[in-house]
Unconditional design. Structure first.
Length: 345
């Protein structure tokens, strides 16, 4: 929902109460507010890599902060990126309105072969400050693959940033790193962290995070307390209601149900996890581009016309408010849409 921030459901009562109570005391202050430390302690409890915490308001804000910390810590400037990390210039080198010089500092890795990542480091010895990876962009994601990535980065003397903006508080309370048992140098979290309220954080190893004291990162609203109150309530609600197990269960139901319906009806498509069941998606498998595009157009127009939003171009997100009845309804509408695809191809 809302491309990821909603993890409990819209206007969740517990989060609303927490924000209203914080609002009564004021939202922004000259000095640090105690809630900053409360949330920092909670993040350190749940995220394996977290020893210290730095706040910002958005995913783009925390990924950019993490890059600046990594560059300052290593004394290097070049960055390898894998996946989507926001809208700032370094995230879209070559894009309209972005200085061409940015492209000289940012190198893209497609998340496919480890040899390709190693080759980038070999081509730029002693120049790479960090690799920032969105785990959903990594091919055949597994604990071993993440450890292999970590080894390549460490051997080059660079910093490994795991961008858990999408996966944090979904794959496990501590994200992909908890699920697979890996510990990156730095981690970025946002989206589901506040159930729709703007809040994000960079967390990581103390020796690296201490560099933040030497880096210019301030922003007027970074320490705004309403998002922090929302984050504390959101994290506790997920933990107390065993939300992670719920996401996996209904996500698996939806993925398997879509795959089975497509098979039964004779449509070349399958449900998939991106990268795990709490983030499902539907993939059409027709080799011909025109046929595949038509199948997608027919399917997604049909489902939205019947009141179900399966986003055609973005991974889907599940919430604690989604029920088995919602999954049943989604699959019922998907069946109708698949039959229309079959008829129109």
């Amino acid at each position: 929902l809302s491309l990821g921030p909603i993890v409990l459901g819209y206007a969740h009562p517990r989060v609303n109460r927490a924000v209203a109570e914080a609002m009564e005391k004021g939202a922004t202050f000259t000095l640090n507010h105690p809630i900053q430390n409360q949330l920092a302690r909670r993040l350190i409890e749940v995220i394996p890599s977290a020893e210290m915490v730095w706040y910002a308001r958005t995913g783009s804000g925390v990924t950019s902060s993490a890059l600046r910390i990594a560059r300052a810590h290593t004394g290097r400037e070049k960055v390898i990126r894998c996946g989507y990390h926001g809208w700032h210039d370094w995230c879209v080198p070559g894009g309209a309105g972005v200085p061409k010089s940015i492209a000289d500092e940012i190198i893209a890795w497609d998340g496919q072969e480890l040899e390709g990542l190693q080759a980038i480091f070999d081509q730029h010895p002693g120049e790479i400050a960090c690799l920032i990876v969105a785990p959903e962009a990594v091919r055949n994601l597994s604990a071993q693959r993440l450890r292999d990535i970590q080894r390549v980065v460490a051997d080059a003397g660079a910093i490994w940033i795991l961008d858990e903006i999408k996966t944090g508080f979904r794959m496990a309370l501590g994200g992909v790193q908890e699920h697979f048992g890996v510990t990156p140098d730095l981690t970025t979290v946002s989206k589901a962290m506040g159930n729709g309220w703007p809040i994000g954080a960079v967390v990581g190893r103390r020796e690296i995070m201490l560099t933040a004291d030497k880096v210019w990162l301030p922003s007027t609203f970074n320490e705004e307390t309403l998002g922090m109150a929302a984050a504390l309530a959101t994290i506790d609600e997920i933990a107390e209601r065993d939300g992670i197990a719920h996401f996996y269960r209904i996500g698996t139901r939806l993925i398997d149900g879509l795959t089975e319906l497509a098979r039964e009806i004779g449509v070349e498509a399958h449900g998939e996890a991106q990268p795990l069941p709490p983030m499902p998606f539907l993939r059409f498998d027709y080799e011909d581009d025109a046929v595949r595009d038509k199948a997608k157009d027919v399917f997604f127009r049909e489902v939205i016309g019947r009141g179900v939003l399966f986003h055609p171009g973005h991974v889907w997100f599940l919430t604690l408010s989604h029920t088995d009845q919602d999954i049943d309804r989604g699959l019922e509408v998907a069946e109708i849409a698949f039959r229309k695809v079959k008829k129109n191809l």
